[in-house]
Design a protein around this ligand. Structure first.
Ligand SMILES: [Zn+2]
Length: 429
């Protein structure tokens, strides 16, 4: 049996995703369940090594806290079902593999919380574009890149929150056993793959009805589009992956310095203040961290992510990128560039999850561009920063804030002041 399935030590991060250590989070619940099931089962049959491993996995699945009010582990029921399942396996009564797979597929489609047990959509795009004779190879590659453990927590969540008959739980247990057996993980993955592909087809069909090669969608059609995306998360991922692939080359060309995105300085300023706030919170001062480039780049990347996810920033950055592209398209006489910009604008016009990464890259490049050209003026304020340290200096901050106020940008001013206060509060012991 592969040992990597829930190979979790006491001091490791808990599998439930709480971020706490396992021993301080779910360990005691898991151990309690494991001991109780083992005791109940031990009275009936002697448990093999494989059997013990299976019980450990089931105990983790029912013992971890998944935002469920209480662990719904009914020991008596679980023990009975496990005994039945083992008895069937021993007597060869499970039925054919196809029957098992079909039932599993039905459970995967019908139980609401099983919706998240899917092959990631960006991988499914690879299957869609593979030539017929490469198909099997691509499928194998995808299935090999995934491991059973990634799915067990989601299955546990469904087992704890959806309603299951004893018979259905037994089927799930047969299916999981298959995933735990060395060499059989493919059998475990296949029903997940089948359901994922089936849903993409379903969603495509629904979408084709509303799109019908139209360029612009009206509000009702947009709503329908978002509803389909929400109903089929795997499809949304898949579409995003396709969208980015279609536009990647054009995007690279445009990013290659042909277009420069100028963000209003207060966005760049807000970002650096956020970054300093995060660093000061952790280390008490900025200067030492600035000297250590490893630390610095970690904080930098985390902060870009967090920062862009703030709604007010996301909108501003999105608008700036969109407007820059639209303006460039309007103003260029280069027909090739115009066509490329058109495609990239299409990519930005319908929401997809890849956009965030593209926006992050554009923003990241712009920050980099800004810093590499220091000293730089701050918008048209007449203030100039000479180095990155200048940005957090109180006098520069004060001057820039009064410049923003004089422009009537109150919301922006308040936002910057809020972050600056955070740094001051943290920095003063
Ligand atoms: Zn936990």
């Amino acid at each position: 049996m592969p040992s990597e399935i829930f190979d979790v030590e006491r001091n490791d991060e808990c599998v439930c995703g709480s971020g706490k250590k396992y021993k301080k989070c779910c360990l005691s619940r898991v151990e309690k369940i494991q001991t109780s099931i083992l005791k109940a089962i031990d009275e009936e049959v002697s448990v093999t090594t494989e059997g013990r491993e299976f019980l450990r996995i089931v105990s983790i699945m029912f013992g971890i806290k998944l935002n469920v009010d209480e662990a719904k582990a009914d020991i008596e029921r679980l023990s009975r079902i496990i005994l039945q399942a083992w008895d069937e396996e021993e007597q060869g009564l499970i039925g054919s593999d196809e029957e098992l797979m079909e039932t599993v597929e039905k459970i995967l489609s019908d139980k609401p919380k099983m919706k998240s047990v899917r092959i990631p959509g960006f991988l499914l795009g690879e299957i869609d574009t593979a030539a017929d004779d490469e198909m099997e190879e691509v499928v194998t590659e995808i299935l090999d890149s995934l491991n059973v453990e990634e799915f067990l927590i989601d299955i546990a969540y469904s087992l704890q929150t959806d309603n299951y008959t004893d018979e259905e739980i037994k089927i799930i247990f047969h299916w999981i056993s298959l995933g735990l057996l060395a060499g059989f993980a493919r059998g475990f993955m296949l029903p997940i793959l089948n359901v994922s592909l089936k849903e993409i087809d379903e969603a495509k069909e629904k979408l084709e009805k509303i799109f019908d090669r139209k360029k612009e969608l009206n509000q009702d059609e947009m709503d329908e589009f978002f509803r389909i995306n929400a109903e089929y998360p795997v499809f949304e991922e898949y579409l995003s992956a396709r969208a980015i692939r279609d536009v990647q080359d054009d995007l690279n060309d445009i990013m290659d310095g042909k277009i420069s995105f100028k963000f209003p300085f207060y966005i760049i300023y807000a970002f650096y203040l956020k970054l300093f706030a995060a660093i000061v919170k952790m280390f008490g001062d900025v200067i030492n961290v600035l000297g250590n480039s490893d630390n610095f780049s970690n904080y930098f990347l985390d902060t870009v992510d967090e920062f862009l996810q703030e709604e007010v920033i996301f909108e501003k950055v999105y608008d700036c990128i969109h407007n820059t592209l639209a303006e460039a398209k309007e103003n260029t006489d280069d027909e090739t560039l115009k066509a490329k910009l058109s495609k990239v604008l299409d990519f930005f016009s319908l929401f997809n999850s890849e956009q965030f990464f593209v926006m992050k890259n554009i923003f990241f490049n712009s920050l980099h561009g800004y810093l590499s050209k220091l000293p730089q003026p701050l918008d048209d304020s007449g203030i100039t920063v000479k180095s990155i340290d200048d940005i957090v200096k109180p006098e520069i901050f004060k001057q820039y804030v009064s410049y923003l106020e004089s422009k009537g940008l109150k919301k922006e001013t308040d936002y910057l002041k809020g972050i600056y206060n955070e740094i001051e509060n943290e920095a003063i012991p």
